[in-house]
Each structure stands twice: as structure tokens, then as C-alpha cells.
Ligand binder design. Structure first.
Ligand code: GZL
Length: 323
């Protein structure tokens, strides 16, 4: 075949590739045609200190990675996330990342992204889907393990009958489902530890306070509060104080996250134990995004490092705490 025809076919193929835009495995990124990767990011909302820290981490990391970020705050509504993801598909972004507010209801929109050739990264929260081809990878915590750590502290630090009230996170959210599962798995070793009441406070301080006020009225002899995040634990502290009891003493409190306000309450002895959930996912997310857009293989699940804190450890950690 003459050199001229080969060159012409090559040029046509290149033009076709450039015209199809959009991301997709193997694309060099740069859906704007400038080589710069564009990421559509749908965030759950701004419901907690953890979420604020997570948003800042993603935005700062996108800037340092030179990734153009289209950021959308869903105000904790799944329909807003679905709308945002469809808009990212319309815009032909190179990659979509999102923290699914709840585990279910994502297959259809993720199939649309897949058909558009746009890779999806799940960050922070996971989805419950049989079709794991709908996303390139999940980056976040092992929430079941976080629940186990909370349960282990309770088993190791109490004796005899213990009545627990549980402030659950957002109904249907992966951290709420899994933190409950892990906690129950471990306390099963102590049949005298009983969860006597459990209800969602939606991961907010106001929600935690409201539910705790109701528990204090309806449930006699509460020994421990297990709150799925610091913010609901801080709301519970307000309700416990208003009822004339001492948080951390009359009623012990275990929370998850380890954001600054929670760590301060822990250092003050109003919370007794915190299981860390690391919100600083931004840099890892941008690194994964670059690999995925370039069509490189990435692990299906990337679990973040995190620890636990006692009051003494909180006092030592607070001065350097980033969030
Ligand atoms: C956990 C994250 C949870 C936090 C809450 O990774 O999804 O949502 O624990 C936040 O503080 O609202």
C-alpha cells in the first residue's frame, strides 16, 4: 500500500480519535483537547467535619496534580448525584469519581458512563452491585473493620451488663451498614452487652442530638453511646449534658472519624474512644485517576491506613492534626 494512502488513513484515524473526545481506558486524557485530564467529582454533601476535610483534600490534590476538577455537592441526595454524573457524561469528562451517598441505585447511570467510555472511581463509600465492571476501583476505608475496632474497645473496657444505644449513619450508606455489622460481630462475644436502641442520625450533629434526646427519654439505664461518626457523638454530648448527666463518665461514648472537634472532646474526656476514618484521600485519588485514564491496571480496591485514639493519644495528636 502506497505511503500516501497509509499516511492518509493514519490521519483519518487520529482525527476520529480526537473527535470522539471523552475519556476511557487508553485515552491520554485531555477531553478538552489540551492534554489536561478533566475529572467530574460528585461529593455526598457537607454533612460533617469529615466531609469538609475530604472535600478540601480532593480539591487541593486536583490542583497539585494539574487535574481540572468539575466539583458537585449533592446535599446528601442521591438524585443530585445521578444528575451530576449524567452531566459529567454529557461534558465528556476523562474520568468520573464519586462517593455514593447510599449503596444501591447506581447500575443504570454507571452503565451509561461505561458506554460513553468514561472510567469511574468510587471514593470513600462503596456501592452494592453485582457488576464490578461498572467501576475501575474503590478507594476508601474498611468500615466493617472500623466497627470491629469500636466493638473491641467496648468488650475490653467493660464488665457485666452493658446497655448500648447506637446512632447510625445515613440509612443505606456503606459506612452505616458496615460499621453496624463489624460492631455487632465483635460484641457478640459478650451476650451481656446489648444494643437496646438504634436509629439513624444521618451523620449530622443535629441528627445525633435529636436522636439522643429521644433515647434519653425512652430508654432507661443507658451505659454507652456508639455513634457512627464524631458529629453525631458531639450532638449526643449536648443532649446528655442537657439531661444533667456527664458524657464520658455517666454515659461512655465511642465514635468513628477522629476529626478535630471529636479529638478535642476525646482529650477532654467527654468521648472515651475514637476509631479513625481517614478523609485525606485526594492525592491517592488523583494518582489512581491518572493511571485509569492512561489505561493502566489498578487494584480493584485500595484501602486506606487508619488507627484508633484514646484520650491520652488524642492529647498528643491534636497539635499536629491536619483536620
Ligand atoms: C466515611 C464517610 C462518613 C463519615 C461521616 O468514610 O463516608 O460520612 O464517617 C461522613 O462523618 O458524613
Amino acid at each position: 500500500m502506497s505511503k500516501k494512502i497509509t499516511a492518509a488513513i493514519g490521519a483519518v484515524l487520529l482525527a476520529a480519535l480526537a473527535a470522539c473526545g471523552g475519556g476511557g481506558a487508553g485515552a491520554a486524557g485531555g477531553s478538552q483537547g489540551d492534554g489536561k485530564i478533566t475529572m467530574g467529582f460528585s461529593q455526598v454533601g457537607a454533612e460533617s467535619g469529615w466531609r469538609t476535610a475530604n472535600t478540601k483534600s480532593v480539591q487541593d490534590a486536583a490542583k497539585s496534580a494539574g487535574i481540572e476538577l468539575q466539583f458537585s455537592d449533592a446535599q446528601q441526595k442521591q438524585e443530585n448525584q445521578l444528575k451530576a454524573i449524567r452531566s459529567f457524561i454529557q461534558q465528556k469528562v476523562d474520568v468520573i469519581a464519586f462517593s455514593p451517598v447510599v449503596e444501591t441505585g447506581w447500575d443504570a447511570v454507571l452503565l451509561e458512563a461505561k458506554r460513553a467510555g468514561i472510567p469511574v472511581i468510587l471514593t470513600d463509600r462503596a456501592i452494592d452491585s453485582d457488576d464490578t465492571s461498572l467501576y475501575a476501583t474503590f478507594l476508601g476505608s474498611d468500615f466493617v473493620e472500623e466497627g470491629r475496632k469500636a466493638g473491641k474497645w467496648l468488650v475490653d473496657n467493660t464488665q457485666g451488663a452493658v446497655n448500648v444505644v447506637e446512632l447510625q449513619g445515613t440509612t443505606g450508606a456503606a459506612p452505616a451498614i458496615d460499621r453496624k455489622e463489624g460492631f455487632e460481630e465483635v460484641i457478640a462475644a459478650r451476650p451481656d452487652i446489648k444494643v437496646v436502641a438504634t436509629q439513624s442520625g444521618d451523620f449530622t450533629r443535629a441528627g445525633g442530638k435529636q436522636v439522643m434526646e429521644a433515647f434519653l427519654k425512652s430508654t432507661p439505664d443507658i451505659d454507652v453511646v456508639y455513634a457512627h461518626n464524631d458529629d453525631m457523638g458531639l450532638g449526643a454530648i449536648e443532649a446528655i449534658k442537657a439531661a444533667g448527666k456527664k458524657p464520658g463518665v455517666d454515659i461512655k461514648i465511642i465514635t468513628v472519624d477522629a476529626v478535630k472537634d471529636g479529638m478535642q472532646a476525646l482529650a477532654n474526656g467527654e468521648i472515651n474512644f475514637i476509631v479513625e476514618c481517614n478523609p485525606l484521600l485526594g492525592d491517592q485519588l488523583m494518582d489512581l485517576a491518572k493511571k485509569v485514564v492512561a489505561g493502566q491496571e489498578v487494584p480493584k480496591r485500595v484501602v486506606t491506613e487508619e488507627t484508633t485514639f484514646t484520650p491520652e493519644q488524642a492529647k498528643a495528636a491534636l497539635p499536629e492534626r491536619q483536620y
